[in-house]
Design a protein around this ligand. Structure first.
Ligand code: FMN
Length: 331
């Protein structure tokens, strides 16, 4: 039996390990979420993985039937998500314990979640945004650093976490690049209260995605990860497949002009988002030559497809091993 890793985050959520299985569009599912929570961490998923809203309610009920342990939902809180009130309401009705907000203002989620005793952590990539959400009453922040899968931040986690720590009172969760237990040791040493792990769980037995996507995670090196604005208009990390190379990592000139123009911006931004999401969906779920696979630099330390339970055990074992090797460095 592995020892608990106790931090302010595990105390807050009443879990054994400060390891969040991060919300991943098209990848997180009932099995990954519930197995993560049962393993002693906490599983989370983007509400939008289940469309229409009835499927979301069904998924929440299925998760609740499989585990009594805490689970989390990610809600996109900007205008692009027309469903956000329902995303919140159904989650609260089903007793979700943790909310992760991304992109806009988390004010309403914080107010409503707190009435239910749920906690809210907000994705941030810099100090300014982190201070804003702390002011709004967030229970913590998820510091998304350079190298992360999805919408990675620009700042190295080595700087981002200690920088946020200088001013924030609330717990900080490190996200980006974590796929080995020694990285959890490092994140905690930098001042984080936990970690949020995404890419590692793409190569899990439970992920219900095209086998070629999992294989690409195992085969890729950090050098294969490139940032592209083609998916959503904001930089996102993807594997540099021949299709991505053909497409280019920047929006075509005309699209960029229309996106930056005051009059056309409001039409172009949702259109870019829609087209990008459609190609992601196609690439993740069916064999397709249009391979746009989201992943972060942590692919470098992922060599096998394991079950969620095995991934948790491996991370915790590696964490303990790295502590022992640190001990050896003492005089
Ligand atoms: C395939 C994929 C999809 C993602 N989708 C979302 C999402 O829908 N919402 C979100 O807040 N973050 C999303 N992320 C970011 C993760 O929640 C997390 O911050 C990130 O994966 C951590 O970095 P790592 O992949 O290096 O572990 C996604 C990441 C990946 C790899």
């Amino acid at each position: 039996m592995l020892k608990q890793i106790r931090t302010p985050f595990t105390d807050l959520m009443k879990i054994d390990y400060p390891i969040i299985a991060a919300p991943m569009f098209l990848v997180s599912n009932t099995e990954i979420v519930t197995q993560s929570s049962e393993a002693g961490g906490i599983g989370t998923f983007p509400a939008l993985n289940y469309r229409p809203i009835e499927k979301y309610d069904e998924a929440l009920k299925a998760m609740r039937a499989k585990t009594k342990k805490p689970i989390g939902v990610n809600i996109i809180v900007n205008k692009s998500n027309t469903r956000q009130n329902d995303d919140l309401k159904y989650a609260l009705d089903n007793g979700v314990d943790l909310f992760i907000t991304s992109l806009g203002s988390p004010k309403k989620v914080i107010e409503e979640a707190h009435k239910n005793g749920a906690k809210v952590f907000c994705d941030v990539t810099n100090l300014e945004h982190a201070l804003k959400v702390e002011d709004l009453g967030a229970d913590g922040v998820i510091a998304v650093g350079a190298g992360a899968g999805g919408h990675a931040g620009p700042i190295s986690p080595f700087v981002l976490i200690p920088w946020l720590k200088t001013r924030l009172q609330v717990p900080i969760i490190a996200a980006g690049g974590i796929s080995h237990g020694s990285m959890i040791t490092a994140a905690l040493a930098l001042g984080a209260s936990g970690v949020s792990v995404g890419t590692r769980f793409i190569a899990s037995k439970e992920a219900d995605i095209d086998a070629a996507y999992k294989k690409a995670i195992v085969d890729s090196t950090p050098e294969d990860i490139v940032m592209t604005t083609r998916v959503s208009g904001t930089p996102a990390a993807v594997i540099n497949t021949p299709y991505v190379q053909k497409l280019g990592t920047d929006l075509p000139w005309a699209m960029k002009v229309l996106k930056d123009n005051k009059m056309t911006k409001k039409y172009m931004v949702p259109l870019i988002h829609y087209l990008g999401m459609r190609s992601l969906e196609e690439a993740a779920t069916k064999p397709s030559w249009k391979t746009v696979w989201t992943a972060g630099q942590s692919v470098g330390m992922i060599d096998d497809i394991l079950s969620v339970k095995e991934i948790y055990a491996k991370l915790v074992n590696e964490y303990e091993e790295s502590l022992r090797s640190l001990d050896k460095t003492k005089a």
